[in-house]
Ligand binder design. Structure first.
Ligand code: DGY
Length: 420
């Protein structure tokens, strides 16, 4: 594995644009929110100051209302669509998108803080960062759970990070608007067979333009007007876990005054997750907030409540039973959709391929519940995939071939921080 470690360090250095790491050249030429938070853990392995800089730069893009955008457009680029001119206006490009992404930052901050060798540096950095992390979690509850369900809503598939998950198919059937003509730049870099379809993009853009029309992404309005409003398992599992890590950091920093607020989020979140359990399927499911129905879609997000730690022992056992079947159906796990489901597409982005960061979260959850053997199996698959195919964006679960972007930062970060 020595060469993978060297290659991973080299990859992060190559994708370092000065204080932030792009996910991959050409395909994703800006700072992405959850990518960066994960990448910080990779930097921490060999350059602690640079790891903190990654989070600092991410939060330099935080909005006044507390939201951390999904993408921050630090420097111009011609290789990505929709870029700053689309999110803003042609003469007045926006500094960021107007939507967010799964809140990994507090999880990453705790990781950095716990494994610091420069205690003083970590204490200083953490003291600066903590109020920003807290403001971002407060934003989630005020903007995305105004009805106090205990679980938060995403309003765009891009916010889930799992852009074209089969879990969004039914909800993404709303009529699209008359869109200005546009050119997909992602298709210059990656085969169309590995990317979302044109119809999916028309829906993504309809949402974008409608949100922009609401006074430039006014959080007070978007929740009520969006034709897509979903309780996403990935976002909520990460937020629940991030709340625990934020609480841990609050205790370390002596910020006892905010602990009861975080405890309230955790208590309500725990109750909220109970509504998402589908006992027939033996899986958690996302919930369409506009119809109130659970979405029948077996995706890898179903296992992330293990990472959150909200599943009971019995629920965990049923999840693991399903997970084993999925793993027995393909040579490399964890596929992002159940390989026995008709919606499974082994090459297409979030409809089948294996993602190393999701493997990490699932393994972390499995170890917490005592399923060491199956965690080891997923760990071994992750090592095999990255050793054989390199630092790719995602992997074909049937062949182990690499897909999507190359020299991909968060895959490199996982090779350093997890698969070492
Ligand atoms: C993309 O453009 O594919 C990104 O996932 C959006 O955030």
């Amino acid at each position: 594995r020595l060469h993978i470690v060297e290659e991973s360090i080299e990859c992060l250095r190559r994708n370092d644009y000065g204080g932030y790491t792009i996910p991959a050249h050409n395909l994703y030429p800006f700072q992405w929110n959850w990518d960066s938070a994960i990448v910080a853990a990779g930097w921490a392995v060999f350059d602690e100051a640079r790891a903190w800089a990654e989070l600092e730069t991410l939060f330099s893009g935080q909005w006044e209302d507390g939201m951390v955008p999904s993408i921050i457009f630090h420097k111009p680029s011609t290789t990505y669509f929709p870029g700053p001119e689309i999110w803003g206006l042609p003469g007045s490009p926006s500094k960021s998108t107007g939507i967010t992404q799964p809140p990994v930052a507090a999880i990453s901050a705790r990781f950095l803080f716990e494994q610091t060798v420069h205690g003083k540096l970590a204490e200083k950095k953490m003291a600066d960062l903590f109020p920003k992390l807290l403001a971002s979690h407060r934003w989630w509850y005020k903007a995305r759970d105004p009805e106090k369900k205990g679980v938060v809503a995403i309003l765009h598939p891009w916010e889930s990070g799992m852009d074209n998950s089969p879990a969004w198919d039914a909800a993404m059937k709303f009529p699209t608007d008359n869109l200005p003509p546009y050119e997909r730049k992602d298709l210059h870099h990656v085969s169309a067979s590995m990317r979302p379809t044109k119809d999916t993009y028309d829906h993504y853009l309809t949402l974008l333009y409608r949100f922009k029309a609401e006074n430039f992404y006014d959080w007070k309005k978007l929740y009520w007007v969006s034709p897509f409003r979903m309780t996403d398992l990935c976002t909520n599992s990460i937020l629940f876990r991030a709340n625990q890590d934020l609480r841990w950091l609050a205790m370390k920093l002596g910020k006892d005054d905010v602990v009861s607020e975080i405890d309230e989020w955790l208590d309500r979140g725990f109750e909220g997750f109970k509504q998402l359990w589908d006992d027939n399927a033996g899986l958690y499911q996302c919930q369409d907030q506009l119809t109130g129905k659970l979405v029948d879609a077996p995706t890898s997000a179903a296992f992330l409540p293990l990472f959150a730690g909200v599943a009971s022992k019995e629920q965990a056992a049923k999840l693991v039973e399903n997970l084993k079947q999925w793993l027995d159906s393909v040579p490399f796990g964890v596929p992002s959709t159940d390989p026995n489901d008709p919606r499974f597409e082994p090459l297409r982005y979030w409809r089948g391929p294996v993602w190393i960061i999701i493997n990490w979260m699932i393994c972390n959850g499995l170890l917490h519940y005592g399923y060491d053997d199956i965690a080891e199996r997923i760990y071994d698959d992750s090592v095999a995939l990255t050793s054989n195919a390199g630092l790719r964006e995602y992997f074909d679960p049937k062949t182990g071939d690499g897909c999507g972007g190359e020299l991909f930062s968060w895959t490199a970060a996982m090779c350093l921080a997890w698969l070492d």
